[in-house]
Design a protein around this ligand. Structure first.
Ligand code: GLU
Length: 536
């Protein structure tokens, strides 16, 4: 059931209860993230994984990754590997799962089919399920005939349909012997009752049982549907809390009834709010990312069917810490002004009662902000190797000392490491000079002053940032000049631009020879610009 959740249509009422929620004691917390490998993981899915992981960390519990791959028609090649890789990049490694192992495996539903068959046998035996032989065409005809009313297979209609409740045992056996397709449906209780559950985020939620249909639990191919497999696995994997997206809230009453039918206690449910488009209107989709120029996937996704590549945060240059922090704040807050968290820090404060009920609006600018904060917060040393790799991919071989020097200068000024790689004057002498700036800042004696400065710089034995600064200051003092008169032209000559890091640091990074040759070449180019201007 992948219908959008409409509170009114489904007769669901939710209200947050005041005071303490009657949740079970937090002993042996076991949570799971249960994606279907039907495509890449949307950032909403990563947030679900994150909240599960944090909840487990906060309670010393276990985070499980279960692959829900029973819908063979929607299976997508590479999706499971993508999910594993994306979670690993985000640092959301499961404690139990296909790769991590664990004693509740197998962790792929397609490898657990005997469990589901046993479960179905139990339900049939207890009268909580029945076999149905109606063909898809027959059911379609009934739906069409009922339009504009919505027809459903439920307590009010099943008595008139082709199933083991209406047919005799012999007829059922004969149909099976003929190989007639047969599904198993849940037998929703006839009497209308309220199904209540306490959602850890929404509080008490009430559903009316008479609006539920008799969902298929096992398909004609013998494979379980989501509902059956999900409930059976949550039970066998001893899941204590089901933390999942709001789109699954309409399935919760059926799940509660299934637990009752099996005689099992159900886990605590917590349904997370949707992630909304930047406009706030509707759920964030991959098309929004395309239109708004931001990724909605954690890492690049190469669609094996269309051949298209959808961009990911990783490839756009985000650090996993920034991406995860941004997701953390999409629907949760610590109750104070703090916004910057590592995973460990978040786990110390995370609780489900601070997850918001209403949709969380995604803001691409805020994503940038988190990235800049994390890049700076980690300090220059942390980025030496990654920067070296980025530069090497552009054919620039900086050693670690050079990377560190650049990071020291530039970290406060950039959002992504690629911003450094894109700053061309860091790598090569400027090919262009801001002509407007040159005209504004150059006086007749500016070039001569810079040439005199170059002679002083040439005399330096040690070309450190401090030494260049001291030389510069002495030069200005001797001529009774202000900083601005020389420093900005010096910057323009070296970089072609009017803004950037400390020019003393930058000179030291370039070294004496390169600084002097850039200065000489820059001055020549600037003189050419000035003479053109004068001539024109
Ligand atoms: N397989 C479902 C999904 O793809 C899991 C929903 C749940 O967590 O119960 O989201």
């Amino acid at each position: 059931m992948r219908r959008r959740f409409h509170e009114r249509n489904l007769g669901i009422e939710g209200r947050r209860m005041s005071g303490e929620l009657p949740l079970p004691a937090m002993t042996d917390v076991r949570v799971r993230f249960a994606p279907s490998p039907t495509g890449p993981l949307h950032m909403g899915g990563v947030r679900t994984a994150l909240y599960n992981k944090l909840f487990a960390m906060a309670h010393g519990g276990t985070f499980i990754l279960r692959i829900e791959d029973t819908d063979q028609g929607r299976f997508v090649e590479g999706a499971e590997a993508y999910i594993e890789e994306a979670l690993a990049w985000c640092g959301l490694t499961p404690d139990e799962g296909v790769r991590s192992g664990g004693d509740c495996g197998p962790y792929r539903q397609s490898e657990r089919t005997s469990l589901y068959r046993d479960a179905i046998a139990q339900l049939l035996e207890r009268g909580w399920a029945y076999e149905a032989f109606d063909t898809p065409d027959e059911l379609d005809a009934l739906r069409k005939a009922a339009e504009p009313e919505v027809w459903q297979y439920d307590a009010s209609t099943r008595g008139t349909l082709k199933n083991s409740l209406t047919l005799g045992a012999e007829e059922v056996a004969a149909l099976k012997a003929q190989g007639a397709p047969c599904v198993v449906r849940f037998k929703t209780p006839e009497t209308a009752t309220d199904i209540q559950l306490v959602d850890a985020i929404r509080g008490e939620v009430t559903f009316q049982s008479n609006i539920l249909d008799d969902k298929v639990l096992m398909k004609a191919d013998g494979l379980p549907t989501y509902h059956l497999a999900n409930v059976v696995d949550d039970h066998h994997m001893r899941i204590s809390h089901v933390i999942r997206g709001e789109e699954w809230l309409p399935s919760a009453p059926l799940h509660v009834l299934l637990y009752r039918a099996f005689g099992w206690e159900h886990p605590v449910f917590a349904h997370l709010p949707l992630i909304l488009k930047p406009t706030g209107n509707g759920k964030l989709s991959k098309r929004d990312g395309d239109a708004g120029g931001f990724p909605v996937f954690p890492i690049d996704w190469h669609d094996p069917t269309s051949g298209d590549t959808w961009p990911g945060y990783r490839e756009q240059g985000y650090t996993p810490e920034a991406f995860v922090n941004m997701l953390l704040m999409l629907g949760w807050n610590p109750g104070d002004e703090r916004e910057l968290f590592s995973l460990q820090e978040a786990a110390q404060t995370f609780s489900l009662d601070r997850v918001v009920k209403s949709g969380a609006r995604f803001n691409p600018d805020k994503a940038h902000w988190f990235q800049a904060q994390h890049l700076r917060g980690a300090g220059p040393q942390a980025h030496v190797m990654p920067l070296q790799a980025v530069m090497a991919s552009r054919g620039v071989n900086w050693d670690q000392a050079q990377c560190l020097a650049v990071l020291d200068m530039m970290l406060e000024r950039v959002t992504f490491l690629t911003d450094i790689a894109n700053t061309s004057w860091l790598v090569a002498a400027p090919a262009q000079f801001d002509a407007k700036l040159v005209r504004k800042k150059w006086k007749d004696d500016t070039s001569r002053l810079l040439k005199d400065l170059a002679s002083e710089l040439q005399r330096l034995d040690i070309f450190s940032s401090d030494a260049v600064e001291a030389c510069f200051t002495a030069f200005l003092e001797a001529r009774e000049l202000g900083f601005g008169q020389v420093l900005l032209p010096f910057r323009i000559a070296l970089t072609g631009e009017g803004g950037g890091p400390s020019m003393f640091d930058f000179s030291a990074f370039l070294g004496q020879e390169a600084t002097l040759s850039r200065l000489a070449d820059g001055l020549a180019a600037i003189e050419a610009i000035r003479s053109q201007t004068e001539g024109s």
